[in-house]
Design a protein around this ligand. Structure first.
Ligand SMILES: [Zn+2]
Ligand SMILES: [Zn+2]
Length: 346
């Protein structure tokens, strides 16, 4: 089969012909219909996140049709449409048994520790394949399983409830999903903090209150808009110590700041005035959980989570098209996501 693989860190991905993987009793073989090209794939290629076993087929945002089912897999049959949960886990360690598989001691990321979806076929454990309702296009199903799933996990970690107000720092892929999901939770006011005029306009179009961080301190703006009260939940999706601190400072009493963006900087907090006095909380968010995916898929099936066709760009399973898409991701400022749709010439 055709696959586009990372053979050497820092070099472009390569087209390779490899064997179609053989499945075990608990696995399914999926014919890939769509694979999202993600920021983390650019980081793997560039060596910013370490990959040890090379070559490897990248691609952790995958949707397709079941081609073959292992004898122990009972919830799927050949021909079913599925989306893939990107973390392969043991199912029996102390974290897995509690449904917290992102901390599995032997967890493997698809498209990093094992071959991913930049290929015609992918093998995954049956437990990682979730039925994809026919209302959800494969392209959307693929990209949802990463950024939208993480946005939902952030809201869940922040214990976000109906009627609560929320500030979203950063309106990229995560923020785009977080706003729609907050709406699906029946939220109160949503404040989107950005510096990019196009993103501010897009957030306002989607019903959020756009907070232009270039105009004035976003914390002051949010305090002003909430009669000094602050918000119930803040999501930091940018990965900067400055916006993380702002996310904490814009909280009201009992507010929760969920930090999703990655940074190596440190952040300072004055414990009494900024945290203790308000009983505010700072919550770390990493990845998402298999148990959250059915709710996410239902939000997408019912149209509460949508990606309009103009936000998706399609390329073929071809290194000459995928490498430039990875290059472009480094300095992307829009919501357009590139998805690999393998041409079907088999
Ligand atoms: Zn991703
Ligand atoms: Zn485990």
């Amino acid at each position: 089969m055709r696959a586009v693989r990372l053979a050497q860190i820092g070099n472009p991905l390569k087209d390779q012909d490899i064997l179609i993987p053989e499945i075990g009793a608990s696995d399914v073989l999926i014919r890939v219909a769509a694979a999202g090209i993600c920021h983390s794939d650019a980081h793997y290629r560039g060596g910013i996140s370490k990959i040890e076993n090379l070559p490897v087929t990248l691609g952790h945002e995958v949707a397709g049709r079941v081609e073959e089912v292992g004898s122990n897999v009972t919830h799927l049959s050949a021909g079913d449409r599925v989306g893939v949960h990107y973390l392969v886990y043991c199912g029996s360690c102390e974290f897995c048994v509690r449904g917290l598989e992102q901390f599995c001691f032997s967890g493997q990321m698809i498209g990093k520790h094992r071959d991913g979806g930049y290929a015609e076929f992918i093998k995954v454990p049956g437990a990682n394949a979730f039925p994809l309702p026919h209302e959800i296009p494969f392209e959307t199903g693929a990209i949802m399983m990463c950024s939208s799933a993480t946005a939902l996990h952030a809201l869940n970690k922040a214990r976000f409830k109906a009627g609560e107000s929320i500030a979203i720092f950063g309106f990229g892929g995560l923020g785009f999903s977080a706003l729609q999901l907050a709406r699906a939770f029946d939220c109160g006011n949503v404040y989107v903090v950005e510096i990019n005029p196009a993103k501010l306009a897009s957030a306002a179009n989607m019903g959020a209150i756009a907070i232009d961080a270039r105009a004035a301190d976003p914390v002051e703006q949010i305090k002003g808009a909430t009669a000094g009260r602050g918000v119930d939940v803040a999501l930091e999706l940018i990965g900067s110590a400055k916006t993380m601190r702002q996310a904490v400072l814009c909280l009201g009493s009992l507010g929760r700041a969920a930090l999703v963006g990655l940074t190596a900087e440190s952040m300072s907090i004055f414990p009494y005035a900024e945290l203790i006095n308000k009983e505010a909380e700072i919550i770390g968010v990493s990845d998402h959980l298999a148990t959250e995916l059915p709710a996410l898929l239902e939000f997408a099936r019912s149209g509460k989570l949508q990606f309009s066709p103009e936000t998706l760009r399609v390329v073929d399973l071809d290194a000459a098209q995928i490498n430039p898409a990875l290059d472009a991701l480094q300095d992307s400022i829009d919501h357009v996501r590139t998805v690999i749709v393998p041409s079907s010439d088999l």
